[in-house]
Design a protein around this ligand. Structure first.
Ligand SMILES: NC(=O)c1ccc[n+]([C@@H]2O[C@H](COP(=O)([O-])OP(=O)(O)OC[C@H]3O[C@@H](n4cnc5c(N)ncnc54)[C@H](O)[C@@H]3O)[C@@H](O)[C@H]2O)c1
Length: 346
């Protein structure tokens, strides 16, 4: 993910990369190759060393989930703007501690941005615009289906264990829980989930341990304003067309974002049974596509604009916290076989 950020940043106007840090030499070498001996970039194996030697305005944290908390604390204490990858941290208590540090910091107008960039995928953004224009009336139900390939291999296999990731419903699904909150325009109240590890990684061992990460789940989220959300996650379903399908139903119609096809489908009840219209969605010309359909580039552009105009982050510590809280509540619901109130984890 760090390389994706680098590829976005090198094409942005008025941005200079001044330092890259990674303790894993092959990763640092990859970054060096992508930057193609760009002048002015220094390379480090330790983030404290980088913070001490680089005069940077912004630090992007794209390290394994379980390292976010202590690295973010160091960066917050240095007074820099931060873009921190999702999930903000692996537990609610870590997220709350970062919030506390920021709340008592003397740094003014600092932007702390959490990398929940699925909001900026072009079809998702179109769904939000259409809902705001009233295309489907009052939103009642949000279904997000992610049917995809298993987790990829990562450096030192950190993503094979819940202790490092926060659990699949935190690690991966914080994106979708954030999206639900945005589409519902409300706060989550309770979560009910069912899930398990049925197919993936069962034959793998790392230091004698078998991965413990779940690979399929249904998660129902109830919102304060009565909207219901449901996530349908399957990580052994890559033999399909759309990796993500986002479906929102209001009292006047239904809107769907078919992410891989880059299509938004809108059906209005007033037009009758079975009627709908498909809208192909294209990226703006100057957006770098990357692995996230241009969303991480748009995220950087929005963050740059926020910093320049003294604006707050669109997706800050609170949004990062809430998305982790829903994931944590979902895991608790699976483990304990009951409905979990968000107030129990927050
Ligand atoms: N926003 C998204 O859509 C998205 C997509 C993929 C990954 N991510 C997030 O990005 C982060 C990184 O994931 P990844 O897929 O790139 O993993 P990765 O294993 O491919 O890369 C992580 C890199 O961080 C390095 N690292 C470990 N400890 C470090 C430290 N203390 N200081 C500096 N570097 C350190 C590792 O050596 C490795 O090179 C994770 O939090 C992940 O959840 C977000």
């Amino acid at each position: 993910m760090g390389l994706e950020h680098i590829r976005n940043l090198v094409v942005m106007p008025d941005v200079q990369i001044v330092g890259v840090c990674d303790p894993h030499t092959p990763s640092l070498e990859k970054a060096r190759r992508v930057l193609n001996r760009m002048e002015g970039v220094r390379y480090f194996a330790n983030h404290l060393e980088m913070l001490g030697h680089c005069d940077a305005d912004v630090v992007v944290i794209a390290t394994p989930n379980h390292t976010h908390f202590h690295i973010a604390k160091d960066v917050l204490n240095c007074g820099k703007h931060i873009l921190i990858e999702k999930p903000l941290c692996i537990t609610v208590s870590e997220c709350l501690e970062l919030q506390q540090i920021e709340a008592t910091s003397s740094v003014e107008d600092r932007v702390v941005w959490v990398g929940l960039e699925y909001r900026y995928m072009a079809p998702t953004a179109r769904v939000r615009q259409e809902i705001d224009k009233g295309a489907i009336g009052k939103v009642r139900m949000i279904t997000i289906r992610e049917h995809r390939y298993p987790f990829l291999e990562k450096v030192d296999d950190w993503n094979r264990f819940n202790a490092n990731t926060g659990g699949t419903l935190v690690e991966k699904c914080c994106h979708f829980f954030d999206l639900m909150c945005v589409l519902a325009k409300s706060s989550p109240v309770s979560v009910m989930a069912s899930g398990s590890q049925d197919v993936n990684h069962l034959a793998e061992t790392y230091g004698g341990r078998t991965p413990d990460i779940l690979d399929n789940a249904y998660v129902i989220v109830n919102f304060e304003n009565g909207v219901r959300g449901m996530l349908d996650l399957c990580m052994f379903a890559e033999a399909s067309k759309n990796e993500q399908e986002i479906c929102v139903v209001g009292d006047k119609g239904k809107i769907e974002a078919l992410i891989s096809e880059s299509v938004v489908r809108i059906g209005k009840r007033k037009n009758g049974y079975g009627t709908f219209q498909d809208f192909p969605i294209e990226l703006e010309k100057d957006v770098v596509q990357g692995f996230h359909h241009g969303a991480s580039f748009v995220e950087h552009r929005q963050m740059q604009e926020a910093i320049r105009n003294g604006r707050k982050a669109d997706i800050g510590l609170i949004e990062g916290l809430i998305s982790v809280a829903i994931g944590q509540a979902a895991h608790m619901s699976i483990d304990q076989g009951r409905l979990v109130l968000i107030s129990e984890v927050l």
